[in-house]
Design a protein around this ligand. Structure first.
Ligand code: HEC
Ligand code: HEC
Length: 296
């Protein structure tokens, strides 16, 4: 304890570089940073079907805990960093040590000359790393890099079920079947004569065909983030509107009601006005037209 927290036990001990407490802080910060980055990348795969962990996309229920790891590690990192900075300031202004200066100048106050010089090989090694970091940074700026790249595949509903695409895409966009639970599709398909004020009725055979397709691809049959939450929040099982589902409401509550009535959007149900590729079954934050929501 005495060596780890010398400022609490002794005023005399001096350290040329980092004192033991700050060395420990750095090890903790590096570890937390690593956990934070890995869990963040995992979340990007779990939530957005993108990046190196995109293969985790269809396991939302089993992996949703990763979000807590990410948040806790990020907040702890912040706390340790603040403590570390306070420690450095105490070190400089109360104990009048030189560690903070030496971080900038590279010089440390020692009795004997203990300086070391980098040889040519070490300098080249250092330069290579600096260049590698710059190259990595430039590469990351391109959104299609392997760390962020989307792995979502567009679903072509018209080739999966032509009747569904034709009958259910004639008045409005085609809603991916995983946006509603089985029960909702059953109620909707049993009452197409009175479909949101319209008569959308079709013959018995087409109806059965579409219903089977909707049930086979409903929220229950998918394990991505959206389907999981639609099911979780589907409290009223008589509801047949996606836009009445509590999850939908929660996710869109910050958007002003007036935005949905605008000429280029027209209705809450016109998802495709803001979500590019939603008609192909892809829901990703990177495909949301945020600019459109800001324009009034
Ligand atoms: C005759 C036109 C018409 C046809 C055909 C039609 N719909 Fe609709 N549908 C509507 C209207 C109008 C609404 C309400 C849209 C709004 O609120 O802006 C609607 C809303 C919906 C909604 C709810 C959207 C929301 O508010 O969350 C779903 C889901 C839906 N339709 C599915 C289907 C399916 C599945 C089919 C094929 C069996 C179908 N529709 C065929 C006119 C139609
Ligand atoms: C006016 C534009 C607009 C319309 C129309 C719209 N959305 Fe959204 N949606 C958004 C925005 C913006 C967000 C992101 C909110 C945020 O960043 O937390 C969002 C978020 C979502 C999310 C959550 C994404 C996530 O991973 O957190 C889902 C799911 C979603 N929308 C589905 C739909 C569906 C289905 C429809 C149509 C029935 C629809 N949206 C209509 C703008 C819209």
């Amino acid at each position: 304890m005495r060596r780890i927290f010398p400022i609490f036990f002794s005023k005399k001990e001096k350290f040329i570089g980092h004192n033991p407490a700050s060395s420990i802080a750095i090890i903790i910060m590096l570890s937390l940073g690593f956990i934070c980055v890995i869990s963040g990348l995992m979340l990007y795969g779990i939530d957005e079907n993108s990046g190196i962990f995109a293969f985790l996309y269809n396991n939302y229920n089993e992996l949703k805990f990763v979000k807590s790891i990410h948040e806790v590690s990020a907040n702890l990192l912040l706390i340790v960093a603040i403590i570390h900075i306070c420690g450095a300031l105490i070190d400089k202004f109360i104990h009048k040590n030189d560690a903070l200066n030496s971080m900038i100048t590279g010089y440390k106050l020692t009795k004997n000359d203990e300086s070391v010089k980098a040889n040519l090989a070490q300098k080249i090694f250092c330069l290579v790393w600096i260049l590698a970091i710059i190259a990595a940074f430039l590469y990351i700026l391109n959104r299609d890099n392997f760390i962020l790249k989307s792995h979502a595949l567009k679903v072509d509903y018209s080739s999966q079920n032509a009747v569904f695409a034709k009958e259910c895409g004639s008045c409005h966009m085609l809603y991916p079947p995983f946006l509603l639970p089985k029960k909702s599709w059953e109620i909707m398909m049993a009452n197409l004569e009175n479909h949101f004020g319209d008569d959308a009725s079709i013959d018995e055979e087409a109806n059965q065909n579409i219903l089977n397709f909707l049930l086979a691809n409903s929220a229950q049959m998918n394990s991505n983030k959206t389907a999981f939450n639609i099911l979780k929040y589907a409290k009223n099982d008589q509801n047949i509107a996606i836009t009445q589902n509590e999850y939908w409401i929660k996710k869109h509550r910050k958007i002003d009601e007036k935005v949905f009535l605008r000429d280029d959007i027209k209705s809450k149900a016109n998802c495709t006005a803001c979500h590019k590729d939603i008609q192909n079954g892809i829901i990703q934050k990177s495909l949301i037209d945020y600019e459109k929501i800001k324009r009034f």
